[in-house]
Design a protein around this ligand. Structure first.
Ligand SMILES: C=CC1=C(C)c2cc3[nH]c(cc4nc(cc5[nH]c(cc1n2)c(C)c5CCC(=O)O)C(CCC(=O)O)=C4C)c(C)c3C=C
Ligand SMILES: [Fe+2]
Ligand SMILES: [Fe+2]
Length: 388
């Protein structure tokens, strides 16, 4: 079994018996997003109520919900404007549903008789609903969860925590063998799919060799990486290294740079604790300076000043289009770039339902099957390995 490297081979050689004995479930987990403008405030409230997104000192945990409510009410008007600018809601549910229904994984997973479910962390259909109402009803016998391309405490870690909470208290779920794909940024199929998209977009410029490839990643507070062991930054950097290596192998030798998104910084700064978990820092950023987020920050003005004339933006930390690609990058960054002397602008689309990517994700699911274990066992392993 350990030698099976592609899903087709795996299905052919290893798994004909699987379908007869197992009922496989695949839960596609995502952040979720407001479907209309009325959803924005309660969605934000769910997001900020997550102790993996806003980490309060133990003594102040009781403030998590009221604080989330307050922050969501304060941020809602501006955030509604941003969602309005991309059509009045988030595309995440539609895209994630599409991933589940995509032809390629269906073909591979159908042979394994897999049921594909969608569960969101902060909005409908919540992970809790998918698990309690669908997965339990279907009495599946094995569950695989592909989570996010790179591991962050704020995304993957938070989703695993919800999963553990639900599974620990249920007789059937606590015994269900589960395999969590904690990251997949290093998979060849994923790297090749991004490289394909970059090559396609570069060819649309007049002088492709002069384009700066600008990787744009979501930010997280530095304290997550330095104090809590979040591997996110390392994984982002390694992911870019692997993409550039793949491009080089294809003869593409463009310059590249990485920056963490900036307007995200403005929003987080106003509402997050500083490194010392000091309560007095809350919402008093003007007095104490902003929360440190991963650097380098996005600085398009500086790139313009340095003489960059052509730039291809590549969103790197999320596999679907969402508000930060469609509004922050396509509108905010593009405008600023053009005003800063960058004359030619392009953007690589998020992979979404690209068939090479979806096929690779299905491969990852199939390869993860042999390592499925009841979550109570996985929890022990997670403790030992400190979230990596
Ligand atoms: C790699 C992906 C993401 C990381 C890391 C992440 C961390 C993080 N996010 C916030 C605050 C917000 N996130 C919001 C929405 C949102 N975030 C991600 C991804 C990551 N977040 C996605 C895919 C989405 C959904 C977007 C959509 O289309 O609906 C929001 C609301 C929207 C916005 O204002 O941008 C907030 C606020 C924090 C504080 C954080 C780490 C500490
Ligand atoms: Fe976020
Ligand atoms: Fe964000």
């Amino acid at each position: 079994m350990g030698n099976c490297t592609s899903s087709e081979k795996f299905v052919q050689e290893c798994c004909y018996t699987h379908a007869a004995t197992e009922k496989l479930g695949v839960l596609l987990v995502n952040i979720g997003g407001p479907e209309n403008l009325n959803d924005v405030q309660p969605f934000l409230c769910n997001l900020f109520a997550d102790p993996d997104v806003i980490r309060l000192p133990k003594l102040f945990k009781f403030l998590q919900r009221p604080l989330a409510k307050l922050i969501s009410i304060l941020l809602a008007p501006k955030t509604k404007q941003r969602y309005a600018a991309i059509g009045g809601g988030s595309p995440l549910r539609r895209i994630t549903d599409g991933t589940g229904k995509n032809e390629n994984p269906s073909k591979i997973l159908r042979q394994l008789h897999a049921n594909v479910y969608v569960g969101m962390r902060y909005w409908y259909p919540f992970m809790e609903e998918a698990i309690q109402q669908q997965i339990k009803r279907d009495r599946i016998t094995k569950l695989v969860l592909p989570l996010f391309p790179q591991f962050s405490i704020t995304t993957t870690g938070s989703s695993i925590r919800v999963l553990q909470r639900i599974f620990m208290h249920d007789a059937y779920l606590s015994r269900l063998p589960v395999s969590i794909i904690r990251f997949w940024y290093q998979r060849q199929g994923y790297i090749r799919s991004i490289a394909d998209s970059i090559v396609t977009q570069l060819s649309k410029f007049q002088k492709p060799e002069e384009i700066l490839i600008f990787f744009s990643a979501h930010g997280v507070p530095v304290s997550y990486v330095e104090n809590a062991g979040d591997p996110y930054k390392d994984q982002i950097e390694e992911c870019i290294y692997l993409i550039m290596r793949e491009l080089k192998a294809r003869g593409v030798r463009n310059d590249h740079t990485l920056a963490y998104q900036v307007s995200f910084r403005a929003r987080v700064s106003a509402f997050t604790w500083n490194n010392n978990d000091n309560l007095s820092m809350l919402a008093l950023q003007s007095r104490v300076g902003p929360v440190q987020l991963l650097k380098p920050y996005t600085n398009l003005v500086e790139l313009g000043r340095k003489g960059v004339k052509s730039l291809l933006a590549v969103p790197i930390s999320f596999e679907s289009e969402h508000i930060e690609t469609l509004e922050e990058i396509d509108m905010g960054y593009k405008d600023l770039a053009l005003k800063s002397g960058i004359e030619n602008w392009g953007r690589v689309a998020a992979l979404g339902c690209t068939s090479s990517f979806i096929t690779d994700l299905a491969d990852a699911v199939v390869e993860a099957l042999p390592s499925a274990k009841a979550l109570s066992i996985l929890r022990e392993t997670a403790k030992e390995s400190d979230c990596r």
